[in-house]
Write a protein that binds this ligand. Structure first.
Ligand code: HEC
Length: 129
């Protein structure tokens, strides 16, 4: 019995690195980054709002105006258009961005993406959708 347990434990250990690297690989694709950092709250499908507004074709659109999304807080009454540059600043620190660029003090979006390469990858991915 004990031998079996040890064998089972060893099997788990030997499988671990493979599983981890497969997951890391999937997560480091542009789609994987979007899913990991943004996908819980945003879809890239037009008309599909989740906890956050749909981000389909967001560049060139006026901020805070996605149809059907009623939960704007920080972007309510915003008066600017999304560009890759301001998107980079927004996802670096949404609260700071909202304070600097809108009449509001708080953002309904809290998530920050710290790494510049990850932000750039996500933005490229969004441009294509
Ligand atoms: C935990 C949920 C959540 C996550 C994760 C999240 N967001 Fe948001 N996002 C929101 C909410 C809520 C709003 C509305 C913000 C407001 O008005 O204060 C928002 C708004 C936005 C907007 C403004 C859209 C418009 O209508 O003008 C953009 C762009 C955006 N998010 C991009 C992203 C990106 C890119 C990521 C990933 C790096 C991300 N968000 C991650 C919840 C989230």
């Amino acid at each position: 019995m004990k031998t079996l347990q040890i064998a089972a434990a060893l099997l788990c250990i030997s499988l671990l690195p493979n599983t981890a690297s497969a997951a890391a690989k999937a997560a480091s694709t542009p789609e994987g980054f979007f899913k990991k950092y943004c996908g819980t709250c945003h879809s890239l499908e037009a008309g599909k709002n989740k906890g956050g507004p749909s981000l389909a074709g967001i560049f060139g659109k006026k901020a805070g105006t996605v149809e059907g999304f009623k939960k704007y807080k920080g972007l309510k009454g915003a008066d600017f258009v999304w560009t890759p540059e301001n998107m980079d600043a927004f996802i670096t620190d949404p609260k700071k961005f909202v304070k600097a660029n809108t009449p509001n003090k708080k953002s309904g979006m809290m998530s920050k993406v710290k790494k510049a390469e990850v932000r750039a990858t996500i933005i490229e991915y969004m441009k294509a959708h």
